[in-house]
Design a protein around this ligand. Structure first.
Ligand SMILES: CC(C)(COP(=O)(O)OP(=O)(O)OC[C@H]1O[C@@H](n2cnc3c(N)ncnc32)[C@H](O)[C@@H]1OP(=O)(O)O)[C@@H](O)C(=O)NCCC(=O)NCCS
Length: 214
């Protein structure tokens, strides 16, 4: 039967590793993701490039849905994002993303992630990053993975370090009208620290075809 996942195989991609499951973001997950996004960090701290996470609660569902709908609408082999809802022991906890440009040439892209505050500091952020990086390296032929975090975000930088990323420079950044330092980090697949559980991937052949690999 033809479904939305026929049009966009990312929607039915599922990566499972022990208690961690990454699922393509279908419409039924947008509301629950928006609910979680209402409490990611203190209002006086901004871990993201843009302040979407400070959206008023009445706007959050629209902000979240439009973001993912926009990524779906612009998905192409030249520029695609693979964003996942993250489940831990069956409970939705946050999101993990990977964004690319010219992937067929570069085999490179950037990871980004967040957890609702109540799920932070329990090792889940490290687990989900190790899982997506293993997926990218082992199943999608990634050769170079980057990420970035503000210098005042030690949890994100620690997750990167624990996944095998190393420093790749820093730059000034205009964060909500104030100077911040953005630290760039990069992962050579040879340095990947793997999660303790093996990955199982459902929907891979269709996804690989959709990004032009097969
Ligand atoms: C960043 C984030 C995804 C990390 O996930 P997490 O589950 O909280 O992280 P983990 O529990 O796996 O690991 C956090 C590590 O950071 C370390 N850490 C946390 N706060 C720290 C601090 N203030 N100083 C030094 N290290 C710190 C922890 O000690 C831990 O390392 P350890 O296990 O070696 O002790 C999560 O905290 C989050 O969503 N934060 C808000 C959004 C965000 O910052 N997203 C990333 C944008 S770049």
């Amino acid at each position: 039967m033809t479904t939305a996942a026929t049009a966009l195989p990312l929607l039915s991609l599922r990566i499972t590793a022990g208690p961690v499951e990454l699922r393509g973001i279908t419409d039924d997950l947008l509301g629950p993701i928006a609910d979680l996004a209402l409490d990611i960090h203190d209002p006086d701290f901004m871990p993201f490039f843009g302040p979407w996470s400070l959206s008023p609660s009445r706007d959050m569902a629209r902000v979240v849905a439009q973001y993912y709908w926009g990524l779906r609408a612009s998905f192409s082999q030249d520029k695609w994002n693979a964003d996942f809802a993250v489940f831990y022991e069956g409970e939705l906890v946050g999101c993990q993303g990977f964004s690319t440009r010219d992937y067929l040439i570069l085999r490179s892209g950037e990871t980004g992630s967040w957890l609702a505050r109540k799920f932070q500091g329990k090792g889940i952020g490290t687990a989900m990053r190790q899982v997506i990086c293993a997926f990218l390296v082992d199943h999608v032929d990634a050769k170079h993975i980057t990420s970035a975090a503000f210098a005042d975000n030690p949890a994100s930088l620690a997750v990167s370090r624990k996944t095998g990323y190393t420093d790749n420079g820093s730059e000034p950044f205009n964060r909500m009208g104030k100077l911040a330092t953005l630290r760039r980090i990069a992962l050579d697949p040879a340095n990947l620290v793997r999660y303790q559980h093996e990955l199982t991937v459902a929907g891979l052949p269709e996804f690989r075809t959709s990004i032009g690999l097969d």
